[in-house]
Write a protein that binds this ligand. Structure first.
Ligand SMILES: [Zn+2]
Ligand SMILES: [Zn+2]
Length: 273
């Protein structure tokens, strides 16, 4: 049972939080204890661990089922150690693959997490293979050419239809980086986000999030290196106009980045509200 409504109330008076971070249990680069030290050094008061959840398909970036209990125990240990200094949360970033696996899956719901971030990283190919569309742009371009038979439009359409299906299926609290595909798709086809059909995908996702009552993430992970947030700033007004609550998360994989680019995102948000 999600504790997210309670957590959202705890966070309302502060901006010193980050709800999206990775750890040694998935593809993070540091032990969880170091991530807490990084968060404390950055002055954060609320911090969520959200390793990539177990998946029923092979993935080097995801934690195993066997790691779930040690992960949860480590959050408890760190919370006891830092009681009164920082509030720690147990979460996961759960991939949506389809009706067979996603935030709503009974296995995910049974983990006893404080909240769930739902994200799409894997897009099913025309041949039914799940392809990781995250990661380096050059690798993505290779996947479009090979795995997706050169059909970038199919990849983008499917990314967004999977996102809509995930929202519809429920079981999540926060929709993670909902236009992440835009970064790699723009590498293959510059200007793709200016296309009217692309904008219609965004509008449909924003409407679905608004109707669901879920929170949308503003993800700052790529801002320092790539100069963009997820979702891209061009969609923020639409998101805010639709009344969608947002959280600003660093998606940190490194202790030095627990608060990275969050201030820039808040400045921009303030200028729009
Ligand atoms: Zn992600
Ligand atoms: Zn992440």
């Amino acid at each position: 049972m999600s504790r997210y409504p309670e957590i959202a109330a705890e966070l309302r008076p502060t901006r010193r939080y980050n709800l999206h971070s990775h750890t040694q249990f998935c593809d993070g680069h540091a032990p969880m204890s170091d991530m807490v030290e990084g968060a404390l050094a950055a002055g954060l008061t609320h911090y969520g661990f959200s390793p990539h959840s177990p998946l029923p398909i092979p993935s080097p970036c995801n934690m195993s089922e066997a790691d779930v209990a040690p992960f949860l125990a480590e959050v408890d240990r760190l919370q006891a150690l830092h009681a009164g200094r920082i509030r720690l949360y147990k979460a996961m970033e759960v991939d949506y693959l389809g009706p067979q696996w996603g935030p709503a899956s009974p296995a995910v719901q049974a983990y006893g997490l404080d909240y769930v971030i739902g994200s799409v990283h894997f897009v099913p190919s025309q041949d039914g293979r799940y392809v990781d569309t995250d990661g380096p742009a050059e690798r993505f371009a290779g996947y479009v050419a090979g795995e997706f038979h050169g059909d970038l439009r199919y990849v983008v359409d499917t990314f967004f239809s999977q996102t809509l299906a995930m929202i519809e299926a429920g079981g999540l609290d926060i929709v993670g980086h909902f236009d992440k595909i835009g970064l790699n798709a723009s590498f293959v086809q510059p200007g793709i986000e200016d296309e009217p059909w692309y904008g219609r995908h965004i509008a449909r996702v924003v409407d679905a999030i608004a109707a669901s009552g879920l929170t949308a993430e503003i993800n700052t992970k790529a801002y320092a290196r790539r100069g963009r947030f997820f979702p891209a700033t061009r969609w923020w007004e639409q998101l805010l106009r639709a009344g969608v609550p947002v959280v600003v998360n660093s998606d940190a994989h490194d202790p030095a980045l627990t608060d990275a680019s969050r201030a820039e995102a808040f400045t921009l948000l303030d200028s729009l509200i």
